[in-house]
Ligand binder design. Structure first.
Ligand code: LIP
Length: 281
């Protein structure tokens, strides 16, 4: 049976508290991060003790409050199903491990085939980004909007990188963006990169492959702040990841063309929900 508005209200209230608890844990971990063990999950893929601590806390709190919901976390995995919480305990772990205060906790809630809630917190700046489907995007309770720019020569994009896609495609996209007249940055924290698009601090974010825990909350934030995104859930991104694009409407087409990532033309529904939608339409 499909979840009703009241059930989403309860999860929204819970998420407001949960993201603050996670921020507290992450902030405490960061304060003593020089003393904690850092290991590598693979090339350029960092893991700290704090990643595990925050994820364990999130998993325990969610399963206690909503035992019927699924869970998918970056560090411990899980079976999300169709109604689930998707969490990244620390996004920007490479920054965290080097004492750079540009990292965050990202939490999304999926139901009815799409992202319903998204929260991203930068624990060091105490900035909490929050969005609910159809109800706008906020930073620390204040509404936020994407930038109004359409002048490419004043545009600043962020292009995320990982070794999950060929380097030549990344360099090709960077080249096309610089040639078009944009500035391009890389902050090494994809979830915050997306939140900054929603907040108008950046004009667009693109990455050739992201995992769902890194981007679902941010994609909802950008759409709720008036921005444009590419498809993600409809491409199977929940479990396999997919390319990510999010931008201010005035420059989204340029980012799409440079990166080869298409723009979304309808809602971003889980592939299975999209199929049902087609059958019943
Ligand atoms: C990483 C992001 C990074 C992005 C990578 C990766 P992690 O996540 O922060 O910006 O480009 O795709 O997902 O490992 O720090 O959680």
């Amino acid at each position: 049976m499909s979840i009703d508005e009241g059930a989403i209200d309860r999860r929204e209230a819970f998420l407001h508290a949960l993201v603050r608890e996670a921020a507290e844990l992450a902030r405490a971990g960061f304060a003593r991060q020089t003393g904690q063990a850092v290991s590598m999950k693979g090339p350029q893929d960092y893991l700290t003790e704090t990643d595990g601590q925050v994820e364990d806390h999130l998993r325990a709190r969610i399963s206690e409050a909503f035992p019927e919901d699924g869970f998918l976390g970056e560090e411990s995995g899980g079976e999300p199903g169709r109604q689930a919480w998707v969490v990244d305990p620390i996004d920007g772990t490479a920054n965290f491990a080097r004492a750079i205060p540009h990292f965050c906790v990202a939490i999304a809630f999926i139901a009815r085939g799409e992202v319903q809630l998204g929260a991203i917190v930068n624990p060091v700046l105490d900035e909490v980004y929050f969005a609910r489907l159809g109800r706008g995007a906020h930073r620390n309770g204040k509404p936020i909007r994407v930038s109004a720019t359409s002048d490419i020569t004043a545009t600043s994009f962020e292009m995320g990188w990982s070794n999950r896609r060929p380097l030549a495609r990344y360099i090709g996209a960077l080249n096309a963006l610089f040639e078009a007249g944009s500035n391009v940055r890389r902050g090494a924290c994809g979830a915050l990169g997306l939140a900054y698009v929603a907040d108008g601090r950046s004009d667009g974010y693109a990455e050739l492959h992201m995992n769902s825990w890194d981007c679902l909350a941010g994609l909802l934030l950008v759409r709720e702040a008036g921005g444009v995104t590419g498809p993600f859930l409809s491409l199977g991104g929940l479990t396999d990841g997919a390319a990510v694009l999010a931008a201010a409407p005035g420059v989204a087409a340029i980012l799409s063309e440079a990166t080869g990532i298409p723009l979304l033309t309808g809602p971003d529904l889980l592939a299975v929900a999209e199929e049902e939608h087609r059958r019943t339409a």
